[in-house]
Write a protein of this length. Structure first.
Length: 306
């Protein structure tokens, strides 16, 4: 599933290619991809037609397009799910096999004139969501200057790269939970945008076990984890994100390559790079976790004693 860096790559692409452009026409090719728009596909098409895309905003893995021209304040939420793609294409380009929604945009310079939502597995979708005030009165997320957030995303916390969030916020949120550390940082109401891959990478970098209980976590450890989360996400964003699935590409179709720089995730049985540098023999282990996997070093990420 695309995580924060992948969604931010998409957001930046959309901000360049579609912001300030008018939606001339909308075509829903598969009603399942607008199933969360409760008034149905026809209303979805009619409501969006004639609107202008005023902003492209992200909080965590949620992405939305601000709209001018609606009677009631609302935004177009695009959730990528497992395999969703937002692609800008010229109208003459052949339709993708799993094209679900097409937005025809007004002409602008030599930019492509279509925004396409493509989704093979149909876990993602597009829908209109009304705006509500942010709980702290601050801008909703990256790309926003307004203290308003889609109702559909109002429940999630600020994300790793949000400048309006601090390590102290993370510490307080963790101490209000009674669970394992990795499970907590995957909870989007604690801190948003963290998925399984980046959780393992940040925990490895911070030398913390995901099995630690949040009730035992100390401020210096949270500061270390917070710094690691920011660093990992920043480096992944610079590399264009992580992709193990050819279905994930950015807005122009280019896969990320941060997977080449992973220190823990997917390295089962391989030497821990940090331990090797220190002359210690240790290999990365894999453990089952919430139907997925966790990758850790048993030496520099010791598990807590039971």
């Amino acid at each position: 599933m695309p995580e924060l860096p992948e969604v931010e790559v998409v957001r930046r692409g959309l901000e360049k290619w579609v912001r300030a452009r008018r939606i001339e026409a909308v075509q829903v090719l598969d009603p399942r991809s607008v199933r969360r728009h409760l008034d149905g596909p026809l209303d979805f098409e009619q409501t969006l037609t004639g609107c202008t895309i005023s902003s492209v905003v992200r909080r965590g893995k949620f992405l939305w397009l601000g709209l001018d021209g609606l009677d009631v304040p609302a935004v177009l939420v695009a959730h990528l799910g497992m395999s969703g793609q937002l692609l800008v294409e010229q109208p003459q380009a052949a339709d993708e096999k799993h094209l679900k929604v097409r937005l025809s945009l007004g002409e602008h310079l030599d930019y492509p004139d279509e925004l396409r939502f493509v989704d093979q597995r149909i876990f993602g979708g597009m829908f209109l969501s009304p705006l509500v005030a942010t709980s702290d009165g601050l801008p909703a997320g990256q790309g926003s200057t307004e203290p308003a957030i889609p109702q559909a995303a109002a429940h999630i916390a600020r994300d790793v790269l949000d400048p309006n969030r601090s390590a102290e916020d993370l510490y307080l949120a963790l101490r209000h939970r009674n669970t394992d550390l990795k499970r907590a940082i995957l909870d989007q109401t604690v801190i948003s945008g963290v998925g399984n891959i980046y959780a393992d990478e940040a925990l490895w970098q911070a030398k913390l076990s995901g099995s630690r209980k949040t009730a035992t976590i100390r401020r210096p450890e949270v500061q270390r984890l917070n710094d690691a989360l920011i660093d990992v996400m920043t480096r992944a964003l610079a590399a264009g994100g992580t992709s193990f699935d050819s279905l994930y590409v950015n807005v122009n179709g280019a896969s990320g390559y941060f997977a080449r720089s992973l220190n823990a995730y997917g390295r089962e049985g391989k030497p821990c790079l940090r331990c090797a540098e220190n002359g210690v023999a240790s290999v990365i282990r894999r453990d089952a976790f919430m139907g997925r996997s966790s990758y850790t070093c048993p030496v520099c990420q010791p598990r807590p004693r039971r």
